[in-house]
Every structure is written in structure tokens, then in C-alpha cells.
Design a binder for this molecule. Structure first.
Ligand code: FAD
Length: 290
């Protein structure tokens, strides 16, 4: 199986994130998204994992199903709330199924949860990177946070931890962002600390105003004031909100690529339309690439 690291080294690319479905309705939505996104020729598709194991089998089944598809799967795995032995078992199952690409994460509780996740045997994502290497994964990525991780004690300590993690990994995906400057500032800070593996910016086009509060609170991302004001001004009109969100995401993607980002990672929320629209605006060519 090709690795994410190899593919993203071959020139501009897009990739996207999907969730394993929870209900028959969300299963239909996922299938539709897969059908519509496949022709984009993505370098890889990242499949999320419910921290603590809430999607353990569903993530596994979707990732393994994609091994024999045109889409290269990147399996998310989180270390919070798991004993080491469970993580080893999950990763060995992936290795046996031919899955080579892992995104090593700490994990967050679901948006609806009122309590923190219990600690697992591994405290930080960097320890999961080391375990994945031990078990023979040839391609291991990590998450990085351009605006800082919400629980970090200081910006300096957070940057030091993020850089230490990226030095052990093959690539990083960023938390979604709305300002290209945040991406470039993070990449500079990581480089200064000797972490030079590719960092792929995450883009989540805003398509409704409800999305804003929930997602930003959880992820620690801020909406630029000018964008927030434009969205508020049209909040009564869902079509206009969508138009503003897509326009902003398109401009952001252009700035990221023009400034040297290696590619773009779309947070799709299992819906293809916004990603397809932004890619079309960018003139993304969907020719066979891999
Ligand atoms: P870590 O790198 O472990 O960092 C967590 C905190 O610990 C940070 O504040 C960091 O500064 C601090 N820290 C790190 N190392 C040390 C150290 N040595 N000493 C002291 N402090 C340290 N969540 C899910 O549950 N499932 C998913 O599928 C998922 N996918 C994601 C994909 C991407 C691209 C991103 C950006 C996030 C994703 N998340 C997911 C959310 C992620 O789990 C949370 O952001 C989580 O709070 C942090 O994860 P991390 O891997 O960056 O953690």
C-alpha cells in the first residue's frame, strides 16, 4: 500500500476527513459523500475515531473497507482512555489488514460530554507515535494546532510539545483554520524548532451559523472578525451564509497554496457539496494521479 507521506511529497494534493456512520441515515450520507468525493483524486481520506473507543469497530471497518478502494485510508487512533494493550490490539489488526497509515492523537470527549476523558496508559499523542513505530507502521501523522491547543499551559510550552511530536512523525494535519497567516506562523515556529515534516492545513468551509459556536468552542479556533460580521449580517438567509462561507474558504485555500502549503485537507462533516464547490472554484483537476 502507498503511504500518505509518499503521496503528499509528489506535488499539490487534496485530502478529506470522514466519520464512520452511526445510523442508517448517516450511513447513506457517507456513501453519497464517498461517491461524490472519489473523483477528486484525493491523496488520502482520513477516518475519525471516537476517543475512548466509541467508534472502535465502525472506524476499523470503514478503514479496512477502503484498503481495496481507489481511496487511500488514514486511520485516526486516540490514546486517551485506552490501556496500552487495547491500542496494541487495534493497531495489530490494522497491520494484518494491510493498513499502513495512522494518525496518532490524544482524543477529545464528544461534544455532548460533560466530563473529561479518563487518562489511558499513554498520556500524549507523541507516545502513540512511538508505539505505532514499534508495531511497524511505515507512515504516522499527528495533529497540530495553529492557534494553540485549548488546554495548553502556555504558547511556548505548546509549541515545544507540538514540535517534539512532529519531529517523530512523517506529516501533520492542522486543526481547521480560517486565516492563512495562522498556518504560516505555525509552520515557521515548528521549523525553528527543527520540525520540518510536511504540515497540511485543514479547511472547513462554513455552511451554517450553528456550526460556528460548537466547533470553535471545541477546537480553540477563532473566526476572524470581518468574517464573523459578514456571516452575522446574512444570518437570516441560509443560502447567503453558505455563499459567504464558500467564498471565504476558496480565498483561504488560494492563499495557503500560493504561500507554499503542500496541499489542502478538507473537514467534510460527511457532506461532499462544500468541498466540491471550493475545489471547483480553485480549478482543481481531477485527473488520475496516483
Ligand atoms: P497531544 O499532542 O497529546 O496534546 C494534548 C495536550 O497536551 C496539548 O495541550 C499539548 O500541549 C500537551 N502536551 C503534549 N505533550 C506534552 C508533554 N510531553 N508534556 C506536557 N504537555 C504535553 N479527536 C478524536 O477524539 N478523534 C479523532 O479522530 C480526532 N481527529 C483529529 C484530527 C485532527 C487533524 C485534529 C487537529 C484533531 C483531531 N481530534 C480528534 C481532536 C484531538 O484529539 C484534540 O485536539 C486533542 O485535545 C489533542 O490531541 P493531540 O493529538 O494534539 O494531543
Amino acid at each position: 500500500m502507498p503511504t500518505v507521506a509518499e503521496r503528499i511529497g509528489r506535488g499539490r494534493f487534496v485530502s478529506f476527513e470522514l466519520w464512520p456512520p452511526r445510523t442508517p441515515e448517516s450511513a447513506r450520507s457517507l456513501e453519497e459523500a464517498l461517491d461524490r468525493l472519489t473523483p477528486l483524486g484525493a491523496a488520502f481520506v482520513a477516518i475519525t475515531y471516537g476517543a475512548g473507543g466509541s467508534t472502535r469497530e465502525r472506524t476499523h471497518d470503514l478503514v479496512v473497507r477502503l484498503v481495496d478502494s481507489p481511496l487511500l485510508p488514514l486511520a485516526h487512533l486516540t490514546c486517551a482512555a485506552h490501556p496500552r494493550s487495547e491500542l496494541v490490539e487495534l493497531m495489530e489488526r490494522y497491520r494484518q489488514a494491510g493498513v499502513d497509515n495512522l494518525l496518532a492523537l490524544h482524543g477529545d470527549p464528544p461534544l455532548s460530554a460533560t466530563e473529561e476523558l479518563p487518562e489511558g496508559d499513554l498520556r500524549y499523542a507523541v507516545e502513540l507515535v512511538a508505539l505505532a513505530r514499534e508495531l511497524g507502521f511505515p507512515s504516522v501523522g499527528v495533529a497540530v494546532h495553529p492557534e494553540g491547543h485549548p488546554a495548553a499551559t502556555s504558547r511556548e510550552a505548546d509549541l515545544a510539545h507540538q514540535a517534539a511530536k512532529l519531529r517523530e512523525a512523517d506529516f501533520a494535519l492542522t486543526q481547521f483554520l480560517h486565516r492563512a497567516e495562522d498556518y504560516f506562523a505555525l509552520v515557521d515556529e515548528l521549523h525553528r524548532r527543527g520540525a520540518t515534516a510536511p504540515v497540511i492545513p485543514g479547511v472547513m468551509p462554513i455552511t451554517n451559523v450553528r456550526q460556528l459556536g460548537r466547533m470553535t468552542a471545541m477546537s480553540g479556533t477563532t473566526i476572524p472578525l470581518a468574517l464573523a460580521e459578514r456571516l452575522q449580517a446574512v444570518a437570516h438567509d441560509p443560502e447567503e451564509v453558505r455563499r459567504v462561507g464558500i467564498e471565504h474558504a476558496t480565498r483561504l485555500c488560494r492563499r495557503l497554496l500560493d504561500g507554499g502549503a503542500p496541499g489542502l485537507h478538507f473537514y467534510t462533516m460527511n457532506k461532499a457539496a462544500a468541498t466540491l464547490e471550493v475545489c471547483a472554484n480553485l480549478g482543481w483537476q481531477t485527473a488520475e494521479r496516483w
